[in-house]
Design a protein around this ligand. Sequence first.
Ligand code: AMP
Length: 220
Amino acid sequence: MRKYVIMGVQGSGKGTQAKQLAADFDLVHISVGDIYRWHVQYHTRLGAQVRRAMHAGELVDDATTESVVRDRLAQHDWNYGFVLDGFPRNLRQAQFFLESWDVDAVIHLDLPDSEVRRRVLARRLCSHCGMDYNLIEQSPAREGRCDACGGELVSRADDTEEALASRLADYHAKTDPALGLFRGKELVISVDARSGKAAVQRAIREQLGLPLPAKKPARS
Ligand code: AMP
């Protein structure tokens, strides 16, 4: 059983790294942001409750978020463990988490704010099939259109300059103390998130003592 929390400012690559760990080690990837986006997209009651905070780049209130996490983890579909992505985001959430669950490690993806801004403002999402793009590394063949389905590429509603500035300030004020709590318990491994995806994944696994990803065969 492997239980990890992955933390880092938005744009640090948490989702990508968490998904790869989950896929290779049969872990369940639990992204609180994805759960909330699903509810907003399908106009559920919870979606109506959280959409204003999400669009403003603010955190959803703790009671709501804690019950979402409690319900999700109570499903117990994580036989081999989980990677919790986007939670906890403040000291109260971290304390709540440690009261009910234990964790093997907290993966901290470390990225300077200037790099966050550059990355986040280049993100696009296909409005039709939901495929993610980052225009810095991967421009679609046809500008503004999804390579897979031809759908229109749009920014996520919470990827505006204003929402980002508010998230960065919020992150440092609220999430740094949560990270501090985990640091005090010697649970944190910190990885420089400026390198490419593959290098970051290797650094995470080296620090966690996990087998490294298989090298891609060289092309002949
Ligand atoms: P993310 O995809 O992790 O950036 O999350 C998108 C949005 O979901 C955030 O901007 C918040 O509005 C909300 N959210 C995600 N995780 C949390 C959390 N742990 N606490 C409060 N709100 C959250």
